[in-house]
Design a binder for this molecule. Structure first.
Ligand code: CUK
Ligand code: CUA
Length: 640
């Protein structure tokens, strides 16, 4: 009863619901009372999970690390937002990570994590994730589980069609959701059509270091580029982007961008463009964007402002881009593990459209075009159409694949996951989600080798799934056992922020590489101390640098005098510990840049502007030993 009420309250297309997603919605405890299911997700105390899941934090701007099948959260990795827990974006060493061409941005919106690949298989070296609002791509190192690089994407706005990687991590790709004037200029918004451009950015990734560089941007017609996926196997070398608003409406898109019966999937042959660029094709245009890099030896980030970017006009590169007509404002764009099928999830449709890569190549070779848009050939729907999953559900968003030739699609409006067969397009099973599912993830998804044991759905609405906590709730994820013919709901677990997408991988691939300690010997921080003997206070005019150390259970120095109101005091704190998992904290009363958390072997800096005369305490915020409460000190502040 409850479910029915929720559905109708939420949906505008409620009447369409009855036929589509109602089937399993008898009650909201589907599977939860089944003891066998409890055993499936039970990871005994001290045991480890089988998979890592990297779940996007959405409007938190961060990335979360979960274990599967337990659904336990292990870590929140700060990426695009300041993070009080460890001082990311507060300490002097980490604030440069959040620098952009617009200045320091303390809060972002992250959507799609994707794990690096070698030969089409997840290699577990890095996770990439996009920032939607102020377009950026971040790289997280899976040895330290820290954000080590952020590159801003110029000429882009609403960096949504991102950040998906090619088969050998040649590129991490970022597509703009909003088209904008390129270069930006003062012009009438009404002149949008034909004037605005959509940038698709191919960011090269260094094979050894992972370091990112924007190799080229394709300046496409002014549509909205929603999501994308790389080709793989036979379609390696191609990248597919869903578009909507091919009407190029600049206002009331809700109505004006739903006029065309079909929008496009843009098929981009990046190998052709790579060749074109290698031969000097494209033009360098002025563009300001930040490139921020974190170094594990200096324990510090640096931010550099880049000045130009290479842009390519697709109509000038024969064979570079084709448009595949796809019904009803497609959202997700997913490629099967063998690279043959391209699934376009037309979010205003009840059917799923699947294109065939082989047919697409045939049509291109035979030059069977159905006109063009801005110089880009449009293929004939019937020539490329592999099949459709008919009356599958309402509001299809995203599709993932298993290792047995099945696909799983989420339906936002009918709140369900539908399992269907690649090639025959028949629906095999459907299970309700609670409620309004967005993305779903199968470990190994978005690679040539997806797994077939678990799938989890990330839902937008949580409502009654957990104990009530007031109007604002965390979103909910649901884990399904997909090893059998029918899917079985086996666990609910809360997520953080809005989990748009997640990348998941077998734990064995990365757990052995996870670093435990920063070696003090290798600490190249400018203001590090290597032992207590080096700790000191240095004054330069009104700047005071305090070179401080921590080790169980005291600070050195712990009594500081000679500070004056109006000084600018730098605490450079090095944690001398070399034991795994012994951080120390640092908190100074009235400290401007908040607190510090310093890992063993690391140095962190915080600035304090003493405003009041007196003797003021500081202390360690992390319970580090039985004598943690003794870990304190005083600073004497005298009049100017
Ligand atoms: S989007 Cu959120 S449900 Cu940003 Cu991938 Cu489709
Ligand atoms: Cu150091 Cu508590």
């Amino acid at each position: 009863m409850k479910i029915l009420k929720l559905g109708i309250g939420f949906l505008t297309a409620a009447t369409l619901l009855a036929s589509c997603g109602g089937s399993g919605n008898k009650n909201g405890t589907d599977g939860a009372l089944n003891k066998n299911n409890a055993e499936k997700v039970y990871v005994a105390p001290g045991e480890h999970d089988e998979y890592y899941a990297f779940i996007s934090g959405g409007y938190s701007g961060n990335l979360l690390v979960y274990g599967l099948p337990s659904g336990r959260m292990f870590k929140e990795i700060p990426v695009f937002s300041q993070f009080p827990t460890n001082g990311y974006g507060y300490s002097e060493e980490t604030t440069p990570m959040l620098n952009t061409s617009y200045g320091f941005i303390p809060w972002g919106d992250s959507h799609h994590p994707d794990i690096s690949q070698t030969e089409g298989v997840l290699d577990g070296r890095w996770v990439f994730i996009n920032e939607n609002n102020t377009p950026r791509i971040a790289r997280i190192d899976l040895e330290t589980f820290e954000t080590v690089e952020i590159i801003e994407v110029p000429n882009s706005a609403g960096n949504h069609s991102s950040s998906f990687v090619t088969e050998n991590t040649e590129y991490v790709v970022a597509g703009t959701r909003f088209s904008v004037p390129v270069p930006q200029r003062d012009m009438s918004i009404k002149d949008y059509k034909g004037e605005f451009k959509g940038a698709l950015s191919f960011i090269g990734v260094d094979k050894e270091t992972g370091s990112m560089e924007i190799d080229f941007q394709l300046l496409m017609p002014g549509f909205n580029y929603d999501l994308s996926h790389p080709g793989r196997g036979k379609s390696h070398g191609w990248f597919f982007f869903t578009t909507y608003n091919t009407e190029e409406a600049n206002s009331l898109l809700e109505v004006n961008a739903s006029q065309n019966d079909k929008d496009f999937i843009a098929a981009v042959n990046w190998k052709v463009i790579e060749e074109y660029v290698k031969n000097g094709g494209g033009t360098m245009m002025p563009a300001e964007y930040a490139h921020n890099v974190y170094d594990h030896h200096t324990h510090s980030a640096t931010s550099t402002m880049k000045k130009e970017v290479r842009v390519v006009n697709p109509s000038e590169v024969p064979g570079a881009v084709y448009f595949l007509p796809t019904p009803k404002s497609p959202h997700g764009c997913d490629v099967s593990p063998d690279g043959e099928y391209i699934v376009g999830n037309g979010k205003l449709s009840t059917d799923l459209t699947v294109h065939s890569f082989t047919k697409m190549i045939d049509a291109i070779e035979n030059k069977k075009f159905d006109g063009e848009a801005y110089g880009i050939p449009i293929l004939n729907f019937d020539d490329i159409h592999a099949g459709s999953v008919e009356k599958a559900g309402l509001g299809p968003l995203h599709t993932e694949f298993d290792d047995k030739g099945n696909a799983y699609t989420t339906f936002f409006i009918s709140s369900e996951v539908v399992k269907w067969k690649l090639g025959t397009w028949e629906v095999i099973d459907r299970k309700p989600t609670y409620y309004s599912v967005g993305h779903l993830t199968i470990p190994g998804g978005n690679s040539r080798e997806p797994t077939g044991k678990y799938m989890f759905a990330m839902n937008k609405i949580t409502k009654d799934r957990y104990l009530p906590v007031g109007p604002e709730l965390e979103h909910s994820a649901q884990l399904y056992d997909i090893s059998g013919e029918k899917m079985e709901l086996i666990l609910d677990f809360p997520t953080h922020g809005e989990p748009h997408y997640a990348a998941a991988i077998k734990a064995d691939v990365i757990k052995g590489n996870a670093k435990q300690i920063y070696e003090l010997d290798e600490n190249k921080h400018n203001h590090a101390v290597k032992s207590e003997k080096d700790t000191r206070v240095e004054r330069k005019g009104n700047e005071v640098h305090i070179y401080m150390s921590t080790i169980r259970s005291h600070f050195s120095p712990d009594n500081i005098e000679g500070i004056k109101v109006g000084d600018k005091v730098f605490f450079h704190v090095t944690n001398l510990e070399q034991d795994f998992d012994v951080p120390h904290g640092f908190a100074m009363i009235g400290q401007n840049s908040a607190e510090l958390l310093i890992m063993p072997g690391q140095t962190r800096t915080s600035i304090w502007y003493p405003k009041k005369v007196g003797v003021w305490p500081f202390y360690c915020t992390d319970f580090c030993s039985a004598l943690h409460q003794e870990m304190q000190g005083y600073i004497r502040v005298s009049p100017t």
